[in-house]
Design a binder for this molecule. Structure first.
Ligand SMILES: [Zn+2]
Length: 260
């Protein structure tokens, strides 16, 4: 079996208690053979790249600035492009809009979101989108900018939003939230989204799935997400693994590039 954690923040794990080596070994033991580690600032990207250099086969990278980190560093378009061009960077992000935690810089969030979209188009790299309490503006910008290649990560929106994203060609990524007790509405969305448009993720170190809630999340646990999804979809875990791995390779242009 070949599972992929399509979205994690390996540099944010508590590495004082266990090494990155151990984390990735534990992932392998659960058939999680590849991870996409996602940056949230450009400086964070640079140190994450260093951390993961010995693990280039098992980890791809995404380069970008999270909408809640825009105050952390001055935006530098040249620096962003230089870093985003580096090999092993398969996507831009995570980017997007978050009006839940921050509303005093909405214009800036939208501007930088568009910067990610335009650079992604220039470099032929898809975008990884975060949205919270901002689905209307997120959809509006994606449509206005004619975006067709990307993923809405850690999906928690409704069926209508999923439908609009599928219509523009987006993938939808489900996290451990689908295993949470109060997530019935989200489970309905997961049943609705076609299996050839789904990715699975942990968003480690956040959002550990049942039965690990309260613990630090890690890529190994994406197996729980995939397993839960297989039950919702009424198919085997093998089929979910195969399909979500195919989808991942399709979206991030990695067909034939991930070895066992
Ligand atoms: Zn994330």
């Amino acid at each position: 079996m070949f599972l992929i954690d399509s979205h994690c923040h390996l540099d944010s794990l508590n590495l004082s208690t266990r090494s990155i080596d151990k984390v990735l070994q534990d992932a392998l033991k659960n058939d999680v053979k590849h991870c996409l580690s996602v940056a949230t600032t450009l400086s964070g990207y640079e140190s994450m790249r260093q951390l993961l250099t010995p693990y280039q086969k098992q980890c791809s990278l995404s380069c970008g600035i999270h909408p809640l980190n825009l105050d952390d560093e001055q935006y530098d378009a040249n620096r962003f492009e230089t870093l985003a061009r580096q090999d092993n960077v398969v996507a831009l992000g995570e980017t997007g809009l978050d009006y839940y935690y921050q509303q005093d810089n909405i214009e800036l969030q939208q501007t930088i979101f568009k910067e990610h979209i335009r650079l992604g188009r220039k470099l032929s790299k898809p975008i990884i989108v975060h949205t919270r309490s901002s689905k209307q503006d997120t959809l509006k910008i994606l449509k206005e900018e004619h975006v067709h290649s990307g993923v809405l990560h850690c999906f928690t929106e409704d069926i209508d939003t999923a439908k609009q994203l599928l219509d523009i060609g987006f993938y939808i990524s489900f996290s451990g939230i689908i295993t949470f007790k109060n997530a019935e509405a989200l489970r309905e969305v997961a049943k609705y989204v076609p299996i050839d448009r789904i990715l699975v993720e942990t968003d480690s170190p956040y959002l550990a799935p049942v039965p690990y809630r309260g613990k630090e999340n890690q890529p190994a646990y994406v197996r729980e997400v995939a397993n839960y999804l297989s039950i919702l979809k009424g198919v085997t875990l093998d089929i979910i693994a195969q399909q979500t791995t195919n989808n991942f390779c399709q979206l991030f242009n990695l067909q034939g590039k991930l070895n066992e």
